[in-house]
Write a protein that binds this ligand. Structure first.
Ligand code: FMN
Length: 193
């Protein structure tokens, strides 16, 4: 019956954005799991929002950054050096193998996991990656975010994260609209338009 149909509709979980299969590659550099957890959360959300996702350690995409869709980098630093699974990637960026337009067509964004207890090298690796990707022609499509574990890391992450999906929808012409959320930390509801 129509009533039963209505009930069934109401019982379904929050609507997902229709699949558009925009590629989203989420790369993490992580020793202790903080950046990896964030990468996993982003992939889960991206899947619900209709992206075609891939997740990997940074090193696996050394010299292989795609020019389709977007690339998200989430990484930490250790005494100013890369986490173990980002060493090759960072060496590649610093190697001199890249020239001005080597990364033309790559669209990316970076979130850094750090701690100001390491003041001289705070966010060293996220900054290195963000600066070098741009230097070699990639396009930064969303401002780099910084989480400081000495302060309100989760709040800083959420402030960076909340506007991100709508920004991607707009930039890739994806027909979906997320309502504005003013309260930091509250979950999004998805509205399909
Ligand atoms: N954070 C920074 O911003 N810069 C650093 O140079 C830095 N060095 C660190 C060295 C050690 C030995 C440890 C334990 C942490 C250091 N941190 C530094 C903080 C970590 O990057 C931060 O805790 C991050 O969230 C860890 O992410 P992961 O769990 O993904 O590896």
């Amino acid at each position: 019956s129509a009533q039963a149909k209505k009930e069934a509709t109401r019982a379904t979980p929050k609507p997902a954005v229709p699949r558009h299969d925009t590629p989203l590659l989420v790369l993490f550099g992580s020793n202790m799991g903080t950046a990896e957890d964030i990468a996993n959360r982003m992939v889960e959300d991206a899947n619900a929002y209709g992206f075609k996702t891939t997740i990997a350690g940074l090193d696996e995409y050394t010299n292989k950054l795609p020019t389709e869709g977007a690339v998200v980098v989430v990484t930490s630093s250790y005494n100013g050096t890369p986490p173990d699974n980002a060493e090759k990637f960072c060496n590649w960026l610093r190697s001199g193998d890249l020239v001005q337009d080597s990364l033309k067509g790559v669209k990316y964004m970076v979130f850094g996991c750090g701690n100001r207890d390491w003041s001289a090298t705070f966010q060293a690796i996220p900054r290195l990656i963000d600066t070098n990707l741009e230097k070699f022609g990639a396009e930064r499509i969303y401002a780099r975010g910084e989480g400081d574990a000495r302060e309100d890391f989760d709040g800083q992450f959420e402030s960076w994260y909340q506007p991100l999906w709508q920004s991607l929808f707009d930039q890739f012409g994806i027909e979906a609209k997320l309502p504005e959320v003013n309260t930091v930390g509250s979950a999004y509801e998805v509205e399909v338009i």
